[in-house]
Design a protein around this ligand. Structure first.
Ligand code: NAD
Length: 497
């Protein structure tokens, strides 16, 4: 059995506990990952403390060179990284490449650290007085990441944190931990000093150790909302800086004037791609008006029947298995709930079995119509290949659905009407909006973050927001008197006159 160890300085101790890592396509356990504890974290923190001051003192151009080299190494290893990722997660290999690539784009942004780290400067803010600001690293940052993007989300975090001068400790998901370790190996190969990026595996025990560790001042978390809130509130109670991104239930609003062929094409990928295990998936479609609903449903049904489900290495598959047997069972239970609540199961993916891979964790594509906002299956995240139709009578009703939902990660509007799009963008109570774009994950030089129970804290991931999260800003007011005395005193609060 393949053993997956921590990536820390020195040898890892024999683990007291382990967690099994599945191959979701075959239903077999393919590896075991060590689960660490507070003592192991302590060792990682001590190693990080040794290396971080020297890294922070390394000029930003040299830090950027490590990022450039890392980018080259990840690109050179793209195929093997994607295959490894897909074998543990279950997403198809091309989609796994996208997972790596979207993380790499933040590394590309971080290559510009000499430029983006420059502070502000005002010469002559008062007589002989200059004011400037600088951004300094926090020390050691920690990242706690979900299973569904095991390459992208770690890179979003450590790319920005490390480029800004911090050391970083990553606690990836125990369900697909191999790619994060591989990334840390490549980072070392790229010239990073040992101990700058370490990977500690674990579950709640390790997460609690991170929250409680006095030498970790900042935590970035991505995962489900209850755990996001737990980490946010407990981290804050210990005066840490925390950003914690949670679950999602993104809506796609379809106006009567939308190009329905385009919508169906976009929806098929956004609802069923990666078996619906994306925080920016579109699991709810809201056609506006009965006629739009009927036309959309008519086009959706054959498109969904045409989807090909396959093992994650099948190049022709649209999507692969879900991550674990427990997750497959949970998704199917949600379809049961929807049925009990009175929704119409139009296409039923429960009990799906892939010939030759009967033990794999496959869920067939599922379409559910006549879902209402009162239904539990609408209110909660299903995180599987399940598309729900909620019919709205008009634009206002459609706008209210995502705006009033507990989650506020992403939303998409499909229309040809610029005025309606503008109105929607202004008023919708959701963090990331797509106009005729089904998965509006902003590019690396903007920033990523949802609202409401999709995001706790007020600083986004990556871009200038990521830089702000991983640094503290020092403001300097200086004067260099000529020795003659300028008559100033501080008995009265100084003003710039
Ligand atoms: P999860 O919450 O189960 O796990 C996330 C991390 O928390 C993992 O590292 C895990 O080890 C740790 N963890 C698990 N249980 C814990 C506990 N009781 N206490 C402390 N830590 C614990 O999430 P997941 O299933 O890996 O990922 C899917 C979820 O993540 C979905 O809800 C999805 O919407 C969300 N997600 C959100 C975003 C976003 O940007 N908002 C992005 C990706 C995924």
């Amino acid at each position: 059995m393949r053993q997956i160890d921590h990536f820390i300085v020195g040898d890892s101790p024999a683990p007291a506990r382990k967690h099994k890592v599945w191959n979701p396509s075959t239903g077999e356990v393919q590896a075991e990952v060590a689960l660490g504890d507070a003592a192991l974290l302590d060792r990682a923190v001590e190693a990080a403390k040794k290396v971080q001051p020297g890294w922070a003192a390394t000029n930003p151009q040299k830090r950027a060179r490590v990022m450039f080299k890392f980018k080259e190494l990840v690109e050179a290893n793209m195929q093997s990284l994607a295959e490894l990722l897909s074998s543990e997660h279950g997403k198809v290999v091309d989609d796994a490449k996208g997972d790596v690539q979207r993380g790499l784009e933040v590394i590309e942004y971080a290559c510009g650290i000499p430029q983006i780290l420059k502070g502000e400067y005002t010469q002559g803010a008062g007589p002989g007085i200059d004011v400037y600001s600088m951004r300094q690293p926090l020390g050691i940052g920690a990242g706690i990441t979900p299973f569904n993007f095991p390459a992208m989300i770690p890179m979003w975090m450590f790319g920005m944190a490390i480029a800004a001068g911090n050391a970083f400790i990553l606690k990836p998901s125990e369900r697909d931990p191999s790619v994060p370790v591989r990334l840390a190996e490549l980072f070392l190969e790229a010239g990073a000093p040992e101990g700058l990026l370490q990977v500690v595996h674990g579950d709640k025990e390790m997460v609690d150790a991170i929250i409680e560790h006095p030498d970790i001042p900042a935590i970035s978390f991505v995962g489900s909302s209850d755990i996001a809130h737990y980490i946010y509130s407990n981290g804050n109670a210990r005066s840490k800086r925390v950003q914690a991104f949670g679950g999602a239930k993104n809506h796609g609003i379809v106006m009567p004037d939308a190009d329905l062929d385009q919508v169906v094409n976009d929806l098929a990928g956004a609802a069923f791609g990666s078996a619906g295990e994306r925080c920016m998936a579109l699991p709810v479609v809201v056609p506006v008006g009965e006629e739009t609903a009927e036309r959309l449903r008519e086009k959706l049904i054959p498109a969904i029947h045409a989807l090909r489900i396959g093992v994650s290495s099948d190049p022709d598959a649209n999507y692969g298995p879900v991550v674990t047997p427990e997750h497959k069972a949970r998704i199917e239970q949600w379809v049961d709930v929807a049925e009990e609540e009175g929704a119409e199961i139009v296409i039923d993916g429960r009990g799906f079995s892939l010939q030759g891979h009967e033990d794999g964790f496959f869920v067939g594509p599922t379409l559910i119509d006549r879902v209402t906002p009162q239904m539990k299956s609408y209110q909660e995240e299903i995180f599987g290949p399940v598309l729900q139709i909620v019919r709205a009578k008009d634009f206002e009703e459609a706008l209210r659905l995502p705006s009033e939902h507990q989650y506020g990660n992403g939303v998409a509007l499909f229309t040809r009407n610029g005025h309606v799009a503008r109105e929607f963008t202004q008023r919708v109570n959701v963090g990331m909006v797509g106009i005729n774009v089904p998965i509006p994950v902003p590019v690396a030089y903007h920033s990523f973050g949802g609202w409401k129970r999709s995001g706790f804290g007020d600083i986004d991931q990556y871009g200038t927001e990521g830089l702000a999260f991983w640094t503290k800003k020092k403001k300097v007011t200086q004067r260099w008197p000529d020795g003659g005395g300028d008559g100033s005193n501080a008995f009265v609060i100084p003003t710039m006159g």
